[in-house]
Design a protein around this ligand. Structure first.
Ligand SMILES: [Zn+2]
Length: 451
């Protein structure tokens, strides 16, 4: 009876909430008050995939949803990322009939890596896909190891199929010597190096036994092919293997058979991983490999991350990056350096977080600004409230000081760009700071993707 009441109340409140354009958390919150175990009593779909990780989860879920839709699957996903348990409860009960049976055949969830453990305590998915675990939002998340521990306790001794990035050592710990694990990763990748190139090395020590971890190669940061000689922990054999080579530059191959075409420009390496993860995820949800490739050809992201703009006679690209996440910044800088033609780089940090108040700038020192030494990068302009902190950080690099200009006010930065730009303009900033820049320029093309 409690189950029936909880579902009914949730549905009624959701109906009213939709009419009033209110958020999704209240109906779920009340339903959980009526019956705290409601989610355990629901007849869930046969397949439930949760995607979590530091970077790329929104893009990956968006791609999988696109693939499922193109292949006429009856599915539901938490669009817009309502991933706190109250919102997820609303979402699940809304999809159920009054007897508690899900109407959809598949549930697809994006879960914030910090809250994933809570979600997993309320119900278990059939598949849990983890994209990566990086230093990210330290004020909120602490260290990646803390995030790892939280998720690990929730998945231990369950029959969840883990879908893991084999090139990420910490993520690989979830599946080391365990059954029920599916691995994805890249063998070849353009730009792979023998030595690590980033400022810090989170792959220096084996996460299992703390001995040194040896790398055969690095795709970026500490993502690559690794092995610990002490305990045998190593990059697992992948079931979904990407190969991105110079010969196949307009796309990449999965398992040397399925070609994923890339029609976007200025995308980061992380995006290739998102595509591979989406391929693995949707294949495990029952979509044929050939159909996935076909569906991805028509994929256009709703959560645009690369924005093209004009500033007088100059063309520019805005690369949305995650603040408090040095890997995201490193990848954007790499896009600029790999452009390999004269250009002007702008970095805007005005508000560090839109979720909470923080002045933590320690993550600046984790970013590989040294890449800007490239002679092709003619000017570097720092702007926003934290421009001087960025300037101190860049002063510790070997970048010639005359390349760097600092303007706290974004309109002043744009005024300078009008008269002093060389080549194409690349602007690195976060999602919430982007509008402060875009309202001053002519946006000509909003297309695609995530970093
Ligand atoms: Zn080890």
């Amino acid at each position: 009876m409690k189950k029936f009441t909880a579902i009914l109340v949730c549905k009624v409140l959701r109906f009213i909430g939709k009419a009033l354009k209110r958020g999704t958390s209240l109906p779920g919150k009340i339903a959980l008050k009526i019956d705290p175990n409601i989610l355990k009593k629901i007849e869930m779909p046969r397949r439930i995939l949760i995607v979590t990780g530091s970077n790329g989860k929104t893009s990956t879920v968006e791609m999988i949803a696109h693939i499922l839709e193109k292949n006429s699957k009856k599915f539901a996903f938490n669009k817009g990322g309502s991933n706190q348990i109250q919102g997820v409860t609303t979402f699940i009960l809304d999809d159920c009939n009054l007897f508690g049976r899900a109407k959809s055949d598949i549930f697809l969830f994006e879960a914030d890596e910090h809250f994933a453990k809570r979600m997993l305590n309320f119900f278990k998915p059939t598949h849990l896909l983890i994209t990566n675990l990086y230093r990210d939002q330290q004020v909120r998340n602490g260290n990646p190891e803390w995030v790892y521990k939280g998720i690990e306790q929730s998945v231990n001794n369950t029959d969840i199929t883990m879908v893991l990035n084999a090139n990420d050592p910490l993520v690989s710990c979830f599946g080391f010597n365990k059954e029920n694990t599916v691995w994805f990763g890249f063998d070849n990748m353009i730009g792979t190096t023998r030595e690590i190139t980033s400022v810090y090395n989170d792959g220096k020590f084996c996460p299992k036994c703390k001995n040194f971890l040896e790398y055969e190669y690095y795709h970026y940061n500490h993502i690559g092919k690794f092995c610990c000689e002490n305990c045998g922990f190593k990059t697992a054999k992948t079931q979904y293997t990407g190969n991105y080579t110079e010969e196949e530059k307009e796309g990449f191959l999965i398992n040397n058979e399925y070609k994923i075409k890339i029609s976007f420009e200025n995308i980061s390496i992380g995006f290739y991983y998102n595509l591979l993860a989406a391929f693995a995820g949707s294949n495990l949800l029952g979509i044929k490999a050939e159909d996935i490739c076909k569906s991805l050809e028509s994929f256009v992201s709703k959560i645009f991350r690369v924005v093209k703009f004009d500033l007088d006679k100059y063309n520019g690209v805005l690369l949305i990056s995650k603040h408090e996440n040095s890997v995201s910044y490193d990848q954007s800088i790499r896009v600029i350096v790999e452009y390999n033609e004269p250009c002007t780089a702008v970095i805007i940090v005005d508000n560090i977080s839109r979720k909470y108040s923080t002045n933590n700038i320690s993550w600046f020192y984790d970013i590989d600004f040294e890449m800007f030494k490239s002679e092709k990068v003619k000017k570097i302009i720092l702007s926003g409230f934290y421009c001087n902190d960025l300037a101190v950080c860049l002063s510790l690099t070997e970048i010639p000081i005359e390349k760097i200009s600092v303007f706290e006010k974004i309109p002043d930065c744009i005024k300078y760009l009008r008269d002093n730009t060389e080549g194409k303009i690349f602007v690195i900033t976060c999602f919430s700071d982007k509008d402060k820049f875009l309202e001053e320029v002519a946006v000509c093309d909003v297309n695609e993707i995530d970093s």
